[in-house]
Design a protein around this ligand. Structure first.
Ligand SMILES: Cc1ncc(COP(=O)(O)O)c(C=O)c1O
Length: 438
């Protein structure tokens, strides 16, 4: 598992505290370091272990995931349909095992959380209930660089209600010459749109820049304006500390394949604040798994929703997609999100420090510098030579470092505190220097 480090013209000598030995020393005193052994780390075709900094896209596989999936396959083999009640974890309520650990991660009550579907599907289901335009309140406020799927979802919902994006989609963007959103601009837009706002939809962590928004005042402002507030937490859950119940968002949606390590296409999640818990007049798209559990199998004609977030379920849960997530959430529980966040700040800070010291003037880090405004991810632009940026990223991949490239010119690297080490971060920056100065 040791990396071979390259040395460049004495660069490391100028920064004696920023070298391989220092990284190893940090690893040796990291109480969370043992968790890395609970994950499968990818290798290339020559057997070289890759330096995996792509947890913002797809988290690594927990070693226990195979056992959790195999347990369900075995129960299915052994029991067939009887597994719904007789499996070691009965399938009928399998998703409920996910609610408590997810609630812990997002700062919510168990009843406010449900694992179901995937992110965009959940976003649509939430908008069916919480984007209810009236004659005056017709508008949805988003950030201009919102993840495309969110944008498509919002545009299609506007169209569904016979509204026009040109008037009813309010987009807030960074100021000219700036990369990140300013809270004051979002707040000003919320205030300006006021009584016209039906929904404010914000990211926790912006997927492209890695900026983590200060959500509480934004949620409060949107609610003061009389709007509903929804959050896309794809890049926040399992990454930053969240207090959704206290922050008072109306709903939130997320996927589980990034920092939550639930596996490709893993079952997503949804938060509905408890003030909407009582089965009321809130319209929703209903299905039998959202029906009152006590009478679900009476197969009656009328829908009676379960109170809380579970009342938004439509179908019975996908057991084989939930099992790896359960394995991963067990690791989160043991590692503790607060300790993970502390390590994350330190790991990402180390990445930043190395880039600034070893590649001065070469890379622009567009993620905010303030630790309160970022999670694991740093988004980088290679500015010298900018024309080489994409080739640098390819060379970085050839050197065994897995991050990703987002057009037009962004490399995203995200050390994940559950399975990345300080040595991984050092190896990545060492490879980056070779990719930029081949
Ligand atoms: C910020 C964000 N929103 C939405 C999505 C879409 O997720 P899904 O394919 O689960 O609907 C993604 C996927 O990566 C994302 O990063």
């Amino acid at each position: 598992m040791r990396h071979v480090w390259h040395r460049h013209g004495g660069t490391h000598l100028k920064h004696p505290e920023l070298n391989a030995a220092a990284a190893l020393a940090k690893d040796a005193s990291d109480p969370l370091a043992p968790y890395a052994a609970e994950f499968h780390h990818p290798y290339d075709s020559t057997g070289r272990r890759l330096v995996y900094l792509a947890g913002h896209s797809l988290g690594l596989q927990p070693k226990a995931a195979g056992d959790f999936v195999e347990e369900e396959l075995a129960d299915w083999r052994r029991l067939g349909v009887l597994g719904h009640h007789a499996a070691r974890r009965p399938w009928i309520g399998y998703h409920e095992h996910l609610a408590a650990p997810l609630a812990e991660l997002i700062g919510a009550a168990d009843s406010e959380v449900v694992a179901m579907n995937s992110l965009t599907v959940n976003l649509h289901l939430m908008m069916v209930s919480f984007f209810r335009p009236s004659a005056v309140r017709t508008r949805v406020l988003v950030e201009k660089s919102a993840f495309p799927s969110d944008r498509y979802a919002v545009l299609s919902q506007l169209e569904f209600h016979g509204l026009r994006a040109a008037r009813d989609l309010i987009e807030v963007e960074p100021r000219p010459g700036e990369r990140n959103l300013r809270s004051e601009d979002l707040l000003a837009a919320i205030e300006r749109e006021g009584e016209h706002l039906a929904l404010v939809l914000l990211p926790g962590v912006q997927y492209l820049t890695g900026q983590s928004l200060d959500l509480q005042p934004l949620i409060a402002a949107a609610r003061r304006a009389g709007a509903m507030v929804g959050l896309d937490l794809a890049h926040s859950v399992g990454n930053t500390l969240l207090h959704l119940h206290d922050w008072n968002a109306d709903f939130a949606v997320w996927c589980s394949y990034k920092y939550l390590n639930g596996g490709p296409g893993a079952v997503g999640g949804c938060f509905v604040h408890e003030r909407h818990a009582r089965p009321s007049k809130i319209p929703r798209f209903a299905g039998w798994w959202g029906h009152d559990k006590a009478t679900r199998f009476e197969m009656g004609p009328d829908f009676i929703p379960i109170g809380g977030a579970q009342g938004w379920q439509i179908s019975n849960p996908p057991i084989l997609s939930a099992a790896p997530l359960l394995a991963s959430l067990d690791i989160f529980k043991r590692a503790d999100m607060r300790r993970l966040r502390d390590k994350s700040l330190s790991l990402t800070g180390f990445l930043e420090q190395l880039i600034e010291a070893l590649l001065p003037g070469t890379i622009e880090i567009i993620t905010p510098k303030s630790t309160a405004q970022r999670g694991c991810q740093l988004s980088l632009r290679i500015v010298k030579p900018a024309s080489e940026a994409k080739r640098c990223h390819s060379r970085l991949a050839d050197l065994g470092v897995i991050g990703d490239w987002r057009d037009p010119d962004i490399i995203r690297l995200a050390p994940a505190p559950l399975y990345n080490s300080y040595s991984d971060v050092f190896a990545a920056v060492d490879a980056l220097t070779r990719a930029i100065h081949p």
